[in-house]
Ligand binder design. Structure first.
Ligand code: ITT
Length: 183
């Protein structure tokens, strides 16, 4: 049984595949589920996973990942609007906004929502770091401006990023729950 990861973001799929290797194969599915207007990533993700599972109509479970970058000095902006802000303002200009602030702390958050015939479960993960001028060629999205322990996430391998990232933490919680359930 494969897990259908409903996302248009290949970076998320790469990280989930690497993390869940040996547990379950991960298949990328593109389906534009409704992103409900909410400040809560878990509400957005849970609603999306349920809708996608019902729409796809297969027995195979569905995984959805809703993530965001929350900048302290900007009151948590762009938060749930991170994808829109990446597309419009861009990562470099978000850094310019933060550059003039004394407090450059930020947090990545992600919520993974899993849906199957038995219901929907959510798993969250977050990581605190510092915003810096863009560095590194790896990762995706805001990774080049997010520094953790002296390295930006774009300077890390997928494995290194998974070991400390918001998504890695959510995947760990999911994998533990999933393996227990299968046992
Ligand atoms: P899907 O909704 O299709 O899964 P998306 O990229 O639109 O893909 P989100 O709605 O969760 O994903 O948007 C999150 C935004 O935050 C988006 O701009 C991502 O590039 C960015 N993002 C998410 N996870 C990230 C990570 O691990 N590192 C850097 N940026 C990340």
């Amino acid at each position: 049984m494969a897990i259908q990861f409903v996302t248009g973001n290949e970076g998320k799929v790469r990280e989930a595949r690497e993390y869940l290797e040996g547990l379950e194969p991960v298949e990328q599915i593109e389906y534009d589920y409704t992103e409900v207007q909410s400040d809560s990533l878990s509400e957005i993700a849970a609603h999306g996973a349920r809708e996608a599972f019902e729409h796809l109509g297969s027995d195979e479970p569905v995984l959805v990942d809703d993530a965001g970058l929350f900048v302290d000095a900007l009151g948590g902006f762009p938060g749930p609007y991170s994808a829109y802000v990446e597309d419009t303002v861009g990562v470099e200009r978000l850094w310019r906004l933060a550059e003039t602030e004394e407090n450059r702390r930020a947090r990545f958050r992600t919520v993974l929502a899993y849906a199957d015939d038995d219901g929907t479960e959510t798993f969250s993960g977050s990581v605190a770091g510092t915003l810096v001028a863009p560095r590194g060629e790896g990762g995706f999205g805001y990774d080049p401006i997010f520094e953790y322990n002296g390295q930006t996430m774009a300077e890390m391998s997928t494995e290194e990023k998974n070991a400390i990232s918001h998504r890695g933490r959510a995947l760990a919680a999911f994998a533990e729950w999933y393996a227990d359930r299968e046992a």
